[in-house]
Design a protein around this ligand. Structure first.
Ligand code: GLC
Length: 471
C-alpha cells in the first residue's frame, strides 16, 4: 500500500464499538475531503493558467509579485548584513557575515516573541516594536557603528508590490494579521521612519519575501533547487522567471533572458472559486477569518488553518451525531483553539494500531477538558488523517503548477516552515500527489523532490542584499 494515500485509496477502517451514525457521518466527511488524481490534475491545470495570467496584466487571483531579486548566488558573495524577519509568532534579528570562503557565513541571532495583540494593533506599535528590538540587538552585540549605518534586509512575508528591491507597498494582510494603516503603504518607508525616530543605525537595503529568501538560500547550497516554498502558518512559493516572460514589466525594457524571482503569492489561488473543492468547513474557516474571501487555497492547506478545520469537524460530529457524547465542548468551541500540530499528533499517535493513544488523550484532556474513550480517540486519529491528507495533496498542486508552467522536468524544491517539519507524513503524501499530477511512470524515481530548505530569512535575505548591491 502506498502509505501516502491511506484514506484516499484504501477506505476507512473503524474500530468496533463506534455507533453507526458516527461512522456514516465520518465516511461522508472523508468523501468530502477526498481529492483524487483526476481532480488534482484539473486543479493544477487551472492553477497554471492563473500563474500565467498573474504575470500578464490580466486579472488573476494570484498576484505573481516581481521581487527584483535578479540573480542566483555564486557562493562568492561577501559582506555584513543585519536581517529582520517578521514572522507570525516571532521576530528574528540576525547579524550575517558572508565570508570570503565559498558559501561561507557566520550568523548571530536573537528571537523575540511577538507580543499578543500586535497582529491586530496599530501600525505605530508594530514598527516601534521592530525598531526597538533591532536597537536592542545592536546594543547587545556591540554592532552600533556610530554614523555608519549597517545595511539591513527585511523579510516581510506578505503580498507586496515592488518597483525596486528596497521598496514595497503592502497589497493586503494575510495569516491573521489585521493592522490598520499599512495596506496601500510602503512598508520600508514606515519602518525606516521608526528607525530614524529612535536613531537606530541601520538602513534597509532589501525587502524580501520568505519564499524568495528560501529559494536563494537553498540555491546557494544546491544548484538543483528550482522552487523555494513555505509550508508553515501560510503557504506560498517563489521561482526564477525570465523577464521576457513577464509581460507586466515590459515597460522596464529589461533583457528578455534576465532572471527575476517571482513571489507567486499563490495562497490566494482560487479566490474566485472556480477550481478547489471547498466544503462546509472551509466556508466556515473563511467566514470567521479576519479577511473573508481572501487566501482561499491557503485556508485549505496551511498550518494556520488545518487545526481550525479539524476543530470544526469535531464539533460538527458532536452536534449532529453525538460524537464525544456527554463531553463539555466549551473550550473546544473557542475559535482557533486547536493548533495544526495537535491534529498531526492525533494522527501520528493512532498510526500504530496497537497504540493506546496516550498523547492524543493527554492533549484533549489538558487543552480541552475532554476525556474520550479509546474508540473515540481512534476516530480523532482518522479525522487528523483525513484533514492532513487533503492539505498535503492540495499543497502539491501549487508546486506541480510551477513545474508544468516552467516545463520543469527535474529538480528540487526547498521547503521551509514549521508545518512542513511537523505534519505527519506530509512530505511523502505531497510527493505521492506530485507523482499523480505529473504522471511519472511507475518505474521512474521521483523527478521533482522536496528537501528541507536552508535559512531563507537569515542567509537568504543577506544574500539577496549582497546580490542587489552588486548592481
Ligand atoms: C502568506 C503570505 C506570503 C508568505 C506565506 C508564507 O501566504 O501572503 O507572502 O510567503 O504566507 O509565509
Amino acid at each position: 500500500m502506498n502509505e501516502a494515500q491511506d484514506v484516499q485509496s484504501v477506505g476507512i477502517h473503524f474500530p468496533p464499538g463506534i455507533p453507526d451514525k458516527v461512522t456514516a457521518e465520518v465516511s461522508r466527511i472523508a468523501q468530502m475531503f477526498m481529492v483524487d488524481g483526476e481532480s488534482l490534475r484539473k486543479i493544477t491545470d487551472h492553477f497554471v493558467k492563473e500563474l500565467e495570467r498573474g504575470l500578464s496584466d490580466q486579472d488573476s487571483d494570484i498576484s505573481m509579485n516581481v521581487t527584483w531579486a535578479t540573480k542566483y548566488p555564486t557562493g562568492y558573495e561577501t559582506g555584513q548584513y543585519l536581517t529582520v524577519d517578521m514572522g507570525g509568532t516571532n521576530l528574528r534579528v540576525c547579524n550575517v557575515v558572508l565570508t570570503d570562503e565559498k558559501g561561507g557565513y557566520e550568523i548571530t541571532q536573537s528571537k523575540f516573541k511577538l507580543p499578543k495583540g500586535l497582529k491586530t494593533g496599530t501600525a505605530d506599535e508594530l514598527w516601534a516594536y521592530i525598531a526597538d528590538r533591532v536597537a536592542d540587538f545592536l546594543r547587545d552585540h556591540n554592532l552600533d557603528q556610530g554614523d555608519e549605518k549597517l545595511p539591513l534586509a527585511f523579510t516581510f512575508s506578505y503580498p507586496i508590490t515592488q518597483d525596486k528591491i528596497r521598496h514595497g507597498v503592502l497589497q493586503r494582510w494575510t495569516k491573521g494579521f489585521d493592522i490598520e494603516g499599512v495596506e496601500g503603504h510602503d512598508v520600508v518607508a514606515q519602518l525606516e521612519a521608526a528607525f530614524e525616530e529612535r536613531d537606530v543605525g541601520v538602513r534597509i537595503v532589501a525587502l524580501v519575501n520568505d519564499t524568495t529568501g528560501t529559494l536563494i538560500a537553498s540555491a546557494y547550497k544546491d544548484p538543483e533547487i528550482k522552487i523555494g516554498s513555505i509550508f508553515g502558518t501560510g503557504c506560498n512559493s517563489a521561482y526564477m522567471e525570465k523577464c521576457g516572460r513577464v509581460p507586466k514589466i515590459a515597460d522596464y525594457k529589461l533583457p528578455g533572458d534576465q532572471n527575476v524571482a517571482i513571489n507567486t503569492e499563490y495562497g490566494a489561488f482560487d479566490n474566485s472559486h472556480k477550481a478547489l473543492p471547498r466544503c462546509q468547513f472551509d466556508l466556515e474557516v473563511d467566514r470567521t477569518s479576519p479577511r473573508p474571501g481572501q487566501q482561499t487555497y491557503e485556508k485549505m492547506v496551511a498550518g494556520l488553518y488545518v487545526g481550525e478545520i479539524a476543530r470544526l469537524v469535531l464539533i460538527h460530529l458532536h452536534d449532529t451525531v453525538g460524537f464525544l457524547e456527554g463531553a463539555d465542548l466549551t473550550r473546544l468551541r473557542r475559535l482557533n483553539s486547536m493548533e495544526s500540530s495537535c491534529v498531526s499528533k492525533m494522527e501520528e499517535d493512532g498510526a500504530d494500531t496497537g497504540s493506546v493513544m496516550s498523547e492524543t488523550k493527554a492533549i484533549l484532556s489538558e487543552q480541552f477538558g475532554i476525556e474520550p474513550t479509546l474508540q473515540e480517540l481512534r476516530v480523532c486519529c482518522l479525522l487528523g488523517e483525513i484533514v492532513c491528507t487533503r492539505a498535503a495533496r492540495l499543497y502539491a498542486c501549487g508546486i506541480a503548477a510551477i513545474c508544468k508552467k516552467e516545463g520543469l522536468k527535474k529538480g528540487r524544491v526547498g521547503v521551509d516552515g514549521s508545518t512542513f517539519e511537523k505534519l505527519f507524513r506530509f512530505k511523502s503524501r505531497a510527493a505521492a500527489a506530485l507523482r499523480e499530477i505529473l504522471e511519472w511512470p511507475d518505474d521512474e524515481e521521483d523527478l521533482v523532490t522536496f528537501v528541507q530548505a536552508e535559512d531563507g530569512s537569515g542567509i537568504g535575505a543577506a544574500l539577496i542584499a549582497a546580490l542587489s548591491s552588486e548592481g
